[in-house]
Design a protein around this ligand. Structure first.
Ligand SMILES: [Zn+2]
Length: 460
């Protein structure tokens, strides 16, 4: 199922090459020469036997390269057979595209270009289920389970032939040169005549079309918020609840570090996920720091709460980075269709405000994020420098919404309205709630037809 996207939200690139970026979570690969985003794309007329990925690489030198990889699995109806060993089990072709709105000539010199496509797979195999075979890495894959397998394919081979010409055979690595065999028989042709691009391979973790996760039934956000605070924390002595952790952050909110709790579901004795008993992880930043890394590995996250401890340096409400954090945790599988209804992120501020976010539609959220957050986290050669793509988005966001630093009642009200209207205008698939002092009352914030703030309290 794909979320419908209106044309206004389409990028120039989607319009030009006639595809749509879907709402499947992005896969992000960082390596020493850049950051690669892999996204599933759809065509208006869909070929059921193939799937396509848009692969965008932000190079360390500031340039951007984009390609579309077409995958034609030998067994399209069974994702269990999509990968054998370390490689894709089927035919692949690569089409270079222009990332920005400049027009490209798709004839002439570009047609002889070849690419080294490196497929990243995870081998943290379980005995049964989808993870009994190699698969694109998800939440729990650690470094030593990952394989990278590179093969060379030439874009020019696409022209004028049946599928045989543009397909990948069985090359194992880039040093083996190009392969041009028509199937998996292992025959190898001469190396490609132009592989300048092979020094800079496309590293991609494929995003599949099939293999949807189980989706839990939608629940009322208010109901979940009201239940959430009384859930027990299993790995704490003496025993406590979610509310204990919220009060702990609140009583320390003006100390000079950012603090964070992450609460995760436990497993019951049958190995089922239990969303009514949590384990906690706590982290705090160094003194006077604004960011606490919330990476606790591949654990599932139901509740994520952090503080904004300085009224001069931090917002009275969520920042755009806080939203990116949600997006990234979907990409890593820590938030998924399985726990979307339980997922709550909260901020507790030194301004005396506290807010919560819930999903109203996680598909809308991912579809929005797949466009909005492209390039957000690209590695810069100077590690203290933010990505220019992120800076441009942030400038526009704070200009458009009026959200700003400050601790006056007027600024706090502007920030609430700014977020509520941004969420609605852009179909973020999120709901914003104001939380009272004792964490016992949640009030949904949205906008009225006249553009004012609408407050809808949750009933108990
Ligand atoms: Zn924050």
């Amino acid at each position: 199922m794909q979320a419908q996207k209106n044309n206004a939200a389409k990028t120039v690139m989607e319009e030009q090459y006639q595809f749509t970026i879907t709402d499947k979570p992005v896969k992000i690969v960082q390596s020493e020469n850049g950051t690669t985003y892999t996204l599933l794309i759809n065509r208006a007329i869909d070929d059921a036997n193939t799937f396509e990925n848009l692969v965008i690489k932000y190079e360390n030198d500031g340039s951007i390269n984009a390609t579309i990889i077409n995958y034609q699995p030998f067994y399209p109806l069974n994702t269990m057979n999509y990968f054998t060993g370390t490689a894709f089990n089927g035919l692949q072709s690569v089409t270079p595209i222009v990332y920005n709105d400049a027009l490209v000539s798709t004839t002439g010199k570009i047609s002889s270009d070849c690419y080294s496509v490196c497929t990243i797979l995870c081998h943290d195999l379980t005995e049964s289920g989808p993870y009994s075979v190699p698969h694109p890495p998800g939440s729990s894959c650690t470094g030593n389970n990952v394989t990278i397998d590179c093969v060379v394919t030439c874009w020019g081979d696409n022209i004028g032939g049946e599928d045989a010409g543009n397909d990948i055979g069985t090359a194992d690595n880039t040093s083996g040169g190009g392969t041009d065999s028509s199937n998996n028989s292992g025959s190898v042709s001469t190396p490609p005549n132009n592989c300048g691009n092979c020094n800079n391979p496309i590293e991609t973790a494929p995003v599949l079309e099939l293999g949807e996760e189980e989706e839990t039934l939608p629940k009322k956000a208010c109901e979940e918020l009201n239940k959430m605070i009384n859930k027990p924390i299993g790995n704490a002595t003496p025993p406590k609840t979610v509310l204990t952790n919220l009060n702990d952050l609140k009583s320390n909110v003006t100390t000079n570090k950012e603090r964070m709790y992450i609460m995760s579901p436990t497993l019951d004795s049958f190995g089922n996920i239990n969303h009514n008993l949590y384990n906690e992880n706590y982290a705090e930043s160094a003194e006077n720091q604004d960011y606490v890394g919330s990476d606790f590995g591949g654990i599932i996250i139901d509740i994520m709460v952090h503080t904004h401890w300085n009224t001069a340096k931090h917002l009275s409400i969520f920042s755009l980075d806080d939203i990116y954090d949600i997006y990234k945790k979907i990409a890593s599988g820590q938030i998924s269709l399985e726990n979307q209804n339980y997922f709550t992120t909260m901020v507790i501020t030194a301004h005396g405000t506290q807010y919560a976010l819930k999903f109203s539609n996680i598909h809308d959220f991912v579809a929005w994020g797949n466009n909005y957050f492209l390039g957000w986290d690209v590695a810069m050669s100077n590690p203290n420098q933010a990505s220019p793509f992120k800076e441009a988005k942030e400038d526009k966001f704070y200009d458009d919404t009026g959200i700003k630093l400050g601790n006056t009642p007027e600024i706090k009200a502007t920030n609430e309205l700014g977020w509520a209207s941004f969420i609605e205008t852009n179909d973020l698939g999120l709901e914003l709630y104001r939380v009272n002092d004792t964490f016992t009352q949640f009030t949904k914030l949205s906008t009225t037809l006249m553009g004012g703030l609408k407050e809808t309290p949750c009933t108990n």
